[in-house]
Design a protein around this ligand. Structure first.
Ligand code: E4P
Length: 215
């Protein structure tokens, strides 16, 4: 499974890239606002520090605007793909942008039906939001599984990004079902590294090593 980081923070991106596990970066307007910058500036900066796909979200709500913004964002760097929010206008824009070789990440996906349409229109990625479905009492993982299953049935080239990840179990479940990608917040990547038994084991080995040195 590919691992993307879900952040617009440069230090976090640099750190996770240094682990040797980074396959991509997703941003969104809220993550960009948290950094006190704008999408164009930030994705340009990200593209300078990592050589992986980077999602940049277009803010237009009509297809013409989305196409224009999509072309502008994609022209910043060859690694940039355009995030569009699932709707009829985004489907139209996806058809045009994908026809021009510009990758689209269809975001705010909450059902397999939406994902199916996005794939048919030519999206390179679809992003089902697992955590936000859980938040409203629905089974986010179940929807993700439906998307993965539908795409498998028809051999769609569109990759599924497990998004709105809230804990390491979400990552595990996504990997177990064969989801192509998970976009993971920094704090959850940190949680995935640690295990109390690993920490305890390291401490014990150090203690024993120190003892054996003294002999
Ligand atoms: C995906 O690309 C989104 O940026 C993200 O996963 C949304 O997650 P949230 O529900 O935690 O805001």
């Amino acid at each position: 499974m590919k691992i993307f980081i879900d952040t617009a923070n440069l230090d976090m991106i640099k750190e996770i890239n240094s682990w040797g596990i980074l396959d991509g970066v997703t941003t969104n307007p809220s993550l960009i606002a948290k950094e006190g910058t704008d999408t164009r500036t930030r994705v340009k900066e990200i593209a300078k520090i990592v050589d992986v796909p980077i999602s940049a979200e277009a803010m237009s709500l009509d297809s013409e605007g989305m196409i224009k913004e999509g072309r502008e964002l994609a022209s910043i760097h060859e690694n940039i793909n355009v995030k569009l929010p699932m709707c009829v206008e985004a489907l139209k824009a996806t058809k045009v942008l994908s026809g021009e070789g510009i990758d689209v990440n269809m975001t705010l996906i909450f059902s397999a039906q939406q994902a199916l349409l996005a794939a048919k229109a030519g999206a390179r990625y679809v992003s089902p939001f697992v955590g936000r479905l859980d938040d409203i009492g629905q089974q986010g993982m179940e929807v993700l599984g439906q998307v993965v299953g539908v795409f498998f049935n028809y051999g769609f080239g569109t990759e599924v990004i497990a998004a709105s990840i809230r804990n390491p179990i979400h990552v595990l479940d996504a990997a177990a079902m064969g989801c192509d990608i998970a976009t993971i917040p920094y704090n959850i990547l940190l949680q995935m590294v640690s295990h109390p038994k690993t920490d305890e084991g390291i401490q014990n080995f150090i203690k024993d090593y120190e003892k054996s040195k003294k002999k």
